[in-house]
Design a binder for this molecule. Sequence first.
Ligand code: SAM
Length: 286
Amino acid sequence: MKLYAPSTIKEIKERYGFRLSKSLGQNFLTDKHIIDRIIEAADIDAGDLIIEIGPGIGVLTREAAERAGRVVAVEIDRNLLPILEETLAGYDNVEVVNADILKTDVNRIIAESDCRKATIIGNLPYYITTPIIMNLLERGVKADSMIFMMQKEVADRIRAGAGSKTYGALSVAVQYYCSAELVTMVPKEVFFPAPKVDSAVLKLHIRKDKPVELNDEAMFFRCIKAGFGQRRKTLANSLQGIGGIDKEEVKECLRSLGIEENRRAETLSIEEFAAIANYFAKEQQG
Ligand code: SAM
């Protein structure tokens, strides 16, 4: 059975009286080529744990289960559970967990499995793409990599470099934790139903060593948030007030680091953000 075929999805929907939920971002994949690209990028072998976010009717789950030691699929919609029971019948290495991924302790799932490497995959629900990614990264997810389908616009923001129009807090934050590789672009027509926007698949390789050394990680993220929170303002204006540091002290910091005070956050490299945050952290310690 071609589980991904629109005719199969429609047949399953009817048989189970299942209604697709727009608010849960239920746009199911219908293209075997894209499914294969995601599975190939996950580079799965028999010793691996795959955690899938939002299995839907199980198109990626089944392919992962064919290759991995263990698959844990976290699905919020309990109406999909009887369907998944049918489509995943016979795969005894798969566990479906009915939960919200944002409230799931992914590191506990990883710690409880004795698999050699953990990979997280998912055709993400677009209404919470950024919270899912940031939640996993900020909690120090113990996976090797994450292969995620997301809106093209979010993928562009994640991959953007300093100076580009799409460069922002998300670019710096994700690039601090990961290196991002574009796996493939995905046209909206390969989903049922088709969303309004095109998509892209990224492979986020979790860094073992961070690209910059920080004295105070929280300060680094405060600087990013403040800088991009008021991206039209110059750094001297947008960064003042962080940790009680006034405008003159921001200017002094920028001068000593050789960064012009009229630059804006969108032009700062991750190294420059790190240098500013380290200076501020030192100032705060007195
Ligand atoms: N993997 C399937 C596919 O590719 O056809 C479905 C992908 S669909 C874009 C997103 C899936 O995430 C849906 O099954 C939806 O119910 C599920 N979902 C939405 N919000 C979720 C959440 N907070 N936690 C876990 N799953 C969620």
